[in-house]
Ligand binder design. Structure first.
Ligand code: AP5
Length: 209
């Protein structure tokens, strides 16, 4: 795949993912714009179905908080509401998936893939996903939720300007992912109460068993 010469360079690590590929556990991608409720629904899925929840955003924030060289390079990108380089997110996911392999019955990958190329690379290097769930919410509702969360979250990207950029990034790069997965993707309207949304999520997940 051609590399973008303008993309920032971030340190990579070498990871042997043979055990992960061989285990072939179910993989579910969770998609949705900023504040669409991905994390909220994933917590409910974990409680009911026991999958291993890995949020790409949380993994990136953990890396930033660790003070590592890789983390320092990520802060600016996230503050701008842009996507961090594809290889970096995939490395973090591989490391986290491997570390949970012995106790996992399947993975919920939250906030990934954020662009079609991420999905293609993940599935060619690890395994194909079993299901994609997309939470559909209007920009106005997502913005209101994040502005409200920003009062207490302490997240550097929960402010009006960055939220606008996150929404732009979502429309430009992430919405095409929904189209890419076609019938493998369940679109769920996610503006209702979290329990009502979860009812639909459960129906989608029951198709896996
Ligand atoms: P990330 O951490 O993934 O942030 P996000 O996608 O912007 O989403 P959020 O975590 O803010 O929201 P959410 O959908 O989980 O909603 P939540 O449940 O919290 O990514 C952050 C940054 O990291 C990106 O901008 C990018 O720079 C980078 N990044 C991450 N992944 C990447 C990748 N794969 N590739 C490249 N870069 C990547 O809910 C939000 C609020 O709404 C909460 O207050 C909640 O209580 C409330 N709420 C939830 N559901 C409902 C409901 N049904 N009704 C009312 N309120 C609700």
């Amino acid at each position: 795949m051609a590399k973008n010469p303008k993309a920032p360079t971030v340190a990579r690590s070498t990871i042997d993912i043979t055990p992960l590929r061989q285990a072939n556990l179910p993989i579910i991608f969770i998609l949705g714009g900023p504040g669409s409720g991905k994390g909220t629904q994933c917590a409910k899925i974990v409680e009911k179905y026991g999958y291993t929840h890995l949020s790409s955003g949380d993994l990136l924030r953990d890396e930033v908080a660790s003070g590592s060289e890789r983390g320092k390079q990520l802060t600016d990108i996230m503050q701008r509401g842009e996507l961090v380089p594809l290889d970096v997110v995939l490395d973090l996911l591989k490391e986290a998936m491997l570390s949970k392999l012995s106790t996992s019955k399947g993975y919920l990958i939250d906030g990934y893939p954020r662009e079609v190329a991420q999905g293609i690379q993940f599935e060619s290097e690890i395994n194909p996903c079993a299901l994609v769930i997309y939470f559909e919410v209007s920009d106005d509702v997502m913005t209101a939720r994040l502005m409200n969360r920003g009062l207490t979250s302490g997240r550097v990207d929960d402010n009006e300007e960055t939220i606008r950029k996150r929404l732009d990034t979502f429309h430009k790069h992430s919405l095409p992912v929904v189209e890419h997965y076609g019938s493998k993707c369940r679109t769920i309207s996610a503006e209702a109460h979290p329990d009502e949304v979860f009812q639909k999520v459960s129906e989608a997940l029951e198709t896996l068993s």
